[in-house]
Design a protein around this ligand. Structure first.
Ligand code: 1GP
Length: 265
């Protein structure tokens, strides 16, 4: 089960590093390298998926990755219902709450409900919020939705809170893969202040400093994809930043404190 890992992190203040693999861009050597990092304890979990996945080798690469891992789970992060795969350890059952596309709020869920049950996949109901990251991203184009403006933490917070009240188990704040600007510390801190669920933050995290600022602001898990696709040599410093940000939950930041106003670089 993957969810206990996330909720234990939330409760203990331990921060987690998730690496996103887009199956269309997966390479055997890169997968092997990332698996070694995970087996050395530097990566806590993998997300697997993309806005549009065409690669016929996706299943094979997922098998390869899973068989190379000692303990780190692989969680599906699907861009569509075509991306279900029983080999994964769990599935982020995403509801795109920042958008108003009914297909991504309930339509696709109905299509795949019986398949998920048959596959015995652990489904983690996830409030998925797309935040403007400074440029159009594949996910906003493919989902036909408009992201929440980056300077509107109150909209993001209300949306995340609605997700919690609807019974979702996880919040995912995403600026989209390759985002120019990551989600601001202010926005993350506002959501952290209101919502008690584990929070995943991703999109545009390409330096250990950006990772640290997202975690300090209240993210429990950060996701890095693009930044590791070509070059994973900085992963040890990224993992060190994640470990350094771990702290008891009582020390969560107040969103009104000045340190959260910093612009992430
Ligand atoms: C995108 O949150 C993920 O959905 C990761 O984004 O590829 O920019 O790291 P990056």
């Amino acid at each position: 089960m993957v969810y206990p890992l996330l909720s234990a992190a939330r409760n203990s203040g331990k921060k987690l590093l998730a690496v996103l693999i887009d199956p269309d861009k997966a390479r055997r050597d890169n997968l092997g390298e990332l698996a070694s990092f995970a087996n050395a304890g530097l990566i806590d979990l993998f997300l697997w998926g993309g806005s549009l996945v065409n690669a016929p080798q996706s299943e094979y690469y997922l098998k390869l990755l899973r068989s190379s891992l000692d303990a780190a789970p692989v969680v599906l992060f699907p861009g569509s219902s075509y991306q279900l795969d029983a080999q994964a350890d769990a599935l982020l059952l995403l509801s795109l709450l920042s958008g108003r596309n009914p297909d991504l709020l309930i339509g696709q869920h109905v299509q795949v409900a019986a398949h998920i049950k048959r596959m015995k996949l652990e489904a983690i109901p996830t409030a998925y919020l797309l935040i403007d990251g400074g440029k159009p991203t594949s996910v906003s184009y493919m989902s036909n939705t408009t992201p929440i403006p980056a300077d509107k933490p109150q909209i993001t917070t209300a949306t995340a809170l609605a997700g919690e009240q609807l019974g979702m188990k996880l919040i995912y704040l995403d600026a989209g893969s390759g985002a120019q600007n990551p989600i601001s510390a202010t926005m993350i801190a506002c959501v952290r202040h209101e919502v008690s669920l584990p929070i995943i933050v991703g999109g545009g995290i390409r330096t250990p400093e950006r990772a640290a600022q997202a975690l300090e602001a209240g993210a429990d898990v950060i996701v890095v994809g693009n930044g590791l696709e070509q070059d994973s040599s900085w992963l040890p410093s990224l993992a060190a930043a994640v470990r350094a940000a771990s702290r008891p939950p009582t020390e969560t930041l107040d969103p009104t404190k000045a340190s959260t106003q910093k612009t992430l670089r």
